[in-house]
Ligand binder design. Structure first.
Ligand code: UD1
Length: 422
């Protein structure tokens, strides 16, 4: 298993290009199952979750061809669905495999998907996906750890999600796109990835209105066709590099990003003293500079447009270097502070009580050997390692490879001393 070795204390300065959003690319790839025609997706990040989704689609007998002229694009063609199953071995490494449930069921009338089970950051059930599909006429049973779903043809329904779910909203939008009649989703997720997914589906011939709002209307159509689509920039990678600038007293220009998608992060970090500037003449660019001081501020994670849970761990790393006490409240996942104990090993002063964490800063961080426990927890440890004195060694960086493309190369290019040890 690869490790990162970081010699911290270097100021980061330079330009960082942001990749396409993993969490928009994964649903986009799954949507290709809805048509027999080729769907080309551009701006796909080279991260391990994308490799897993590719394997899953190939397992379902779809053809996934990288484009020679564009290494960040693939064409997916699911000419026919002969194997509508997502096996445990793939699902256990990537919960987003559940995104194939809606498209498979709508296209072929059958899907058998392994239950994701528990994962490092909480129980994460899929009951809301299942209940919504049942409302649309699916017969669903649970058998030997698999969800087995059948429906001759799904029909439209009025679905009110009890809790906001991102992949749940995407799955049901996909199913409704090919259902008979109108589906209305209320309390839908409003993340930019939802709108991106709907834009792709609409290019494929779907009739989806108001994606990005909490009520979405979908008129089912008889069939969908091929399309070409470019994925939006990764807002979590953008936010992670913003914290990298702030925590190293640095100055980074982030390019190919969408600052509007991280408005909550910009607002929170600005209130701590981090400086942001965007030039209207250069959309897609955001400059982030550490300010003259860094103050601790409380944070509560929320669904979009609030501060994303996927940025909570990185924010915690920053707060260890801020003046005063900051209280963090995690409202989306019940067990998302696994990074805190590793941060303590680096010298952070953090106490956890249920969904709340209190960080007292600033504390000098001193390099140590630590273990990454999930994707964003690993980002937190990398950020802490950049700020720490001496050497930080991070085990199990396969977690970070799931969601960040070549993070060590991007960091090295702006002055970090970070090495991957194979
Ligand atoms: C997506 C993101 C993930 C992000 C999360 C929250 C992808 C591929 N992943 O995950 O990076 O951290 O949104 O922004 O886009 N829940 C249920 N029942 C369900 C579904 C969800 O109780 O059927 C609960 C979950 O346990 C969690 C909350 O709802 O507490 C939100 O989860 P959800 O939005 O579904 O997360 P994902 O879509 O899995």
């Amino acid at each position: 298993m690869d490790k990162f070795q970081i010699h911290g204390g270097r100021r980061l300065q330079g330009t960082v290009p942001i990749d396409g959003a993993k969490n928009a690319a994964l649903p986009a790839m799954a949507m290709a199952l809805l048509t027999s025609e080729p769907v080309t997706i551009e701006n796909i990040p080279h991260v391990h979750d994308i490799v897993t989704m590719r394997r899953l689609l190939e397992h379902m007998r779809a053809r996934v061809s990288p484009l020679e002229e564009n290494p960040h694009a693939v064409t997916i063609q699911a000419a026919e669905i002969s194997h509508a199953e997502a096996p445990y071995d793939l699902v256990k490494t990537m919960r987003a495999s559940i995104l194939t449930l809606g498209p498979l069921l709508a296209r072929s009338g059958y899907a058998r998907i392994s239950l994701p089970g528990g994962c490092a950051i909480g129980a994460r059930p899929v009951d809301l996906h299942i209940r919504a599909l049942e409302q649309m006429g699916a017969q669903i049973s649970l058998d030997h750890g698999y969800v087995e779903a059948r429906a001759e043809r799904l029909h439209g329904a009025e679905i009110s999600f009890e809790k906001i779910t991102v992949t749940g909203t995407e799955n049901i939008m996909a199913a409704a796109a090919l259902a008979d009649g109108e589906t209305v989703l209320t309390n839908a997720a409003r993340e930019p990835e939802i709108e991106d997914c709907a834009n792709l589906l609409n290019k494929m011939g779907a009739k989806i209105e108001d994606a990005g709002a909490s009520t979405i209307r979908i008129q089912g159509v008889a069939s969908l066709h091929g399309a070409i689509h470019t994925i939006i920039p990764d807002r979590i990678e953008t936010g992670t590099f913003a914290v990298a600038a702030a925590i190293t007293a640095g100055d980074l220009l982030l390019t190919h990003c969408n600052p509007d998608h991280i408005a909550a992060v910009i607002e929170k970090l600005s209130s701590c003293g981090v400086e942001f500037s965007a030039d209207r003449a250069k959309p897609g660019e955001l400059r982030v500079r550490a300010g003259s001081r860094l103050d601790g501020r409380d944070l509560t994670t929320e669904e979009y447009p609030g501060f994303a849970t996927d940025m909570q761990a990185q924010y915690m790393a920053l707060m260890t270097q801020a003046e005063g006490e900051s209280e963090i409240t995690e409202t989306i996942f019940e067990n998302r502070y696994l990074h805190a104990s590793e941060m303590t090993r680096l010298g952070a002063d953090i106490s956890i009580s249920g969904s709340q964490a209190v960080v007292r800063g600033p504390t000098p961080l001193i390099g140590a050997r630590v273990i990454a426990s999930d994707l964003r927890a690993s980002a937190c440890l990398v950020l802490a390692g950049l700020a720490a004195s001496n050497t930080t060694s991070i085990d199990r960086v396969y977690h970070i490879d799931r969601g960040y493309e070549c993070i060590e190369e991007k960091l090295r290019a702006v002055g970090a001393d970070i090495e991957r040890i194979k």
